[in-house]
Design a protein around this ligand. Structure first.
Ligand code: FMN
Length: 235
């Protein structure tokens, strides 16, 4: 059973004490109660620039933009589990979260550096279904580990408009309880090395038959990606 469990919780809402942060922090409490050590990253406290699409990360293994993102990247790579929390904006996760995903870069995706990690998606919205969909979308990136997939421990979407009145998530014991349980679940999954075999079966077939052969040839422009994969015995 795994000990020293590290979880990173990324919050992309601009509201430090808003609805999304309330749920994520309760998930953090749940994770800590199960023995994980958790680092919260409140993205609004960072000055994140947009990805410039230079693809230098594929050759060098890091982003050339000097804005503090490498500090976040390191925490993500070292984590066993990642809790992602975004408000629902225009039916999607917000632009700050999108920027975070893009800054992880193609290097992270090509080399499956999220592989083997566990993920949880949390969102809040006004309307029914908005947040549920977005919570699921938040975990999509974890399905694209070409060589090593990640596992999704669960998602939670909470809408605040109920019968024409708006509820405060921080006062909603039911929702906080669900968030707490999700924090506990991701930690238990990490502890027990829960493989979620069905989540990965199709992707594993696509990888073996189609993607691995393509990536074997990518030694030039993508040399950092290639070496990372080679070193870890993935190609
Ligand atoms: C720019 C913007 C776009 C939004 N778009 C949606 C939406 O498409 N659907 C919805 O149900 N709520 C939408 N909302 C409401 C927020 O999702 C909701 O208030 C959420 O709980 C805010 O989270 P926070 O307190 O963590 O900031 C939007 C709010 C803003 C500011």
């Amino acid at each position: 059973m795994k000990k020293d469990i590290k979880i990173v919780a990324v919050i992309s809402s601009p509201n430090f004490n808003g609805n999304t942060a309330s749920l994520v922090r309760e998930a953090i409490n749940g994770a800590k109660e199960e023995g994980a050590s958790v680092t919260e990253i409140f993205l609004a406290n960072y000055k994140l620039e947009f990805c410039k699409g230079c693809l230098i990360c594929n050759a060098k293994g890091k982003c050339p933009i000097n804005d503090g993102f490498e500090e976040i990247r390191k925490l993500i790579y070292e984590a066993d589990g990642i809790i992602l929390g975004s408000p629902t904006y225009a039916l999607e996760y917000n632009a700050v979260m999108k920027c975070f995903f893009e800054r992880l870069g193609t290097y992270t995706l090509y080399t499956s550096l999220l592989g083997g990690k566990y993920a949880v998606g949390i969102s809040t919205s006004y309307k029914r279904n908005g947040a549920k969909n977005v919570a699921k979308k938040l975990t999509s990136i974890f399905k694209f580990g070409i060589f090593e997939r990640s596992y999704i421990s669960g998602t939670l979407g909470v809408h605040t408009m109920v019968n024409g009145a708006q509820k405060k998530v921080c006062e909603s014991n039911d929702d906080l309880k669900k968030a707490n349980e999700l924090g506990r679940k991701i930690t238990k999954d990490i502890k027990s090395n829960n493989r979620y075999t069905l989540q990965t079966v199709i992707m594993r077939a696509v990888i073996a038959l189609y993607l691995k052969p393509i990536f074997k040839n990518k030694e030039q422009k993508e040399r950092a990606s290639y070496y990372s994969l080679h070193q870890r015995g993935l190609i």
